[in-house]
Design a protein around this ligand. Structure first.
Ligand SMILES: [Zn+2]
Length: 228
């Protein structure tokens, strides 16, 4: 962006979203276009915004005035995730900090998306809908009733866990087992007692390497396991 004043660049950059959506009067749009002509960085950013703008155009306008809400349990899920990481024992400080930063960034992005334009949650990426594979579960805690499916994604196995009887307020963590016996963290959730819960837990283990999963209570005891 040689020759372009930094402030002009910053200001124009903030208007790229509106530009991509077709907003702005002709003079404003002309100003953005003029800047785009000379600014590679803003052209690249516009190229990234364009698909989002296209998705917005597909959204049913009848739903635009609905108040967007964060998915129920988002805050709890985040706290559970942090608690599970804390519990996991001695970890390098930098590693924890990185995780916390990532979670905070994710929550911030979610909040911003929810506040923006009344359509925030519709902008979340649509997961690739892989085939559901029902898997057997072995329950070690008589209070728990649960079933599970897994979904083989290109990025790893997703465990879809449904059930009830997980102690209210207790943090449960889930690990996916690899063929070499390693247990890879796949997330955590909070028990809600007798109420039914549906949890999606994502792991970076590919279906071809995954041989099962375990659900551990706050003490680290396995309350439920699956082998497939
Ligand atoms: Zn620029």
């Amino acid at each position: 962006m040689s020759g372009i004043p930094r402030d002009a660049h910053r200001e124009l950059r903030e208007r790229l979203g509106g530009y991509a959506l077709g907003h702005g009067d002709p003079a404003e749009r002309a100003a953005v276009r003029a800047h785009l002509d000379g600014c590679t960085a803003c052209r690249a950013e516009l190229a990234e915004l364009a698909p989002v703008a296209a998705r917005l155009a597909d959204i049913d306008p009848d739903h635009l005035d609905e108040t967007p809400q964060a998915p129920p349990g988002l805050g709890d899920a985040v706290l559970a995730r942090i608690a599970a990481e804390e519990r996991r024992g001695p970890r390098r400080v930098a590693e924890r900090r990185r995780l916390r930063t990532r979670i905070a960034a994710g929550v911030a992005a979610a909040g911003i998306a929810a506040a923006g334009a009344g359509v925030g949650w519709l902008l979340r990426p649509v997961p690739d809908a892989g085939p559901l594979e029902a898997v057997p579960v072995r329950i070690e805690d008589a209070d728990i009733d649960a079933r599970a499916d897994i979904v083989p994604h290109t990025w790893g196995v997703e465990v879809k866990l449904s059930g009830s009887g997980f102690t209210a307020g207790e943090v449960y963590s889930v690990t996916v087992r690899e063929s070499d016996g390693d247990e890879v963290p796949a997330g955590a959730f909070l028990g809600v007692g007798p109420a039914e819960l549906d949890c999606n837990l994502n792991s970076p283990v590919l279906r071809s390497d995954a041989t099962g999963f375990d659900v551990l209570d706050a003490d680290g005891s396995v309350v439920l396991s699956s082998r497939f």
